[in-house]
Design a binder for this molecule. Structure first.
Ligand code: ADP
Length: 281
């Protein structure tokens, strides 16, 4: 009882001593497991606040610096200077939008609108949405598995929330574009494997080293912060959001890369619409 009181007071490292194997001992064991989970949650909460403060500080420091320079006359009051300030403000808005989205998807406080849908339709939508940006950077974007004329047009339907899965694909394609040099190539494809559909986004860009692969879906994780920032990347939340959405669909998401400079392939799965009974029963 006294340990439970101390935990209630915020001492999450407290544990009870377990002796024997009777029902009371089992209860004590469960109690310790619960205390451990509380301790982990508390440490994640602290870490999150630290990460968010850090992410907010960078653009705010930059805006403060520009403003000081303008006031002191060190920086010219030119459109370029104001543009820099605007860019930092945009970065802040994007961070806040991402955080809001992350909290929504992780808390499950949104409803997935799941219905049978053709994966080729979603691939087409995403490719059309981003084709201009790919053309601008001169990175070739090709889709097989999409389009009626493709040999993959007979793929079965998947059970998905169209908007959310389009959001995941957009995110993965946008990342592939950011981390691939001009002249490179990105391919999006889909294939049925067992009773799930596998959607892959493959690039021949900068690749990911094995030690980074393990953390790539963690919140705020970026392989190279300055490179990601300079390349137009975000705060390292995009993949965390993508994973939460795929998880909510009952799918899986992972990345494969042979290492730095070897390109990357992100794959996620979605459940396939079960074949309807021929007799209709
Ligand atoms: P960000 O918004 O910073 O890109 P993400 O969560 O989308 O955040 O990605 C996290 C990190 O994973 C990126 O900062 C980058 O280092 C790495 N990454 C993501 N996609 C790729 C890719 N296609 N090729 C190489 N690295 C990638």
């Amino acid at each position: 009882m006294s340990v439970s009181q101390r935990i209630a007071d915020g001492r999450y490292d407290e544990r009870v001593v377990v002796g024997g194997s009777d029902e009371l001992a089992q209860l004590a064991q469960r109690f310790n497991c619960m205390a451990e989970r509380l301790e982990q949650t508390e440490s994640m909460r602290r870490q999150l606040i630290g990460d968010i403060s850090h992410e907010l500080r960078t653009p705010l420091t930059a805006i403060g610096g520009y403003m000081e320079g303008l006031t002191d006359g060190v920086l010219p009051a030119s459109p370029e200077t104001f543009d820099q300030v605007r860019m930092e403000a945009t970065r802040l808005s994007r961070l806040v939008d991402d955080l809001q989205e992350l909290s929504r998807v992780e808390s499950g406080s949104y409803r997935l609108d799941i219905h049978p849908v053709r994966i080729s339709k979603l691939i087409d939508t995403t490719v059309n949405r981003l084709s201009h940006q790919f053309a601008e950077k001169q990175v070739r974007l090709s889709a097989w598995g999409a389009g009626l004329s493709s040999p993959h047009s007979d793929l079965p339907q998947v059970l998905a929330d169209e908007d959310r899965i389009t959001q995941v694909m957009t995110n993965l394609l946008a990342n592939a574009l950011i981390y691939t040099q001009p002249g490179g190539e990105v391919t999006i494809s889909a294939a049925k494997s067992g009773n799930e559909m596998q959607v892959s986004i493959k690039d021949n860009g900068i690749g990911i080293s094995p030690e980074n692969i393990a953390h790539i879906f963690d919140r705020f994780y970026r392989v190279d912060k300055s490179r990601s920032r300079a390349a137009g990347g975000g705060s390292g939340i995009g993949l965390t959001i993508a994973k939460a959405i795929v998880d909510a669909h009952g799918g899986r998401i992972w990345v494969e890369s042979a290492g730095e400079g070897q390109g990357s392939t992100f794959t996620f799965t979605l459940p396939v619409q079960p074949r309807s009974n021929v007799s209709g029963v």
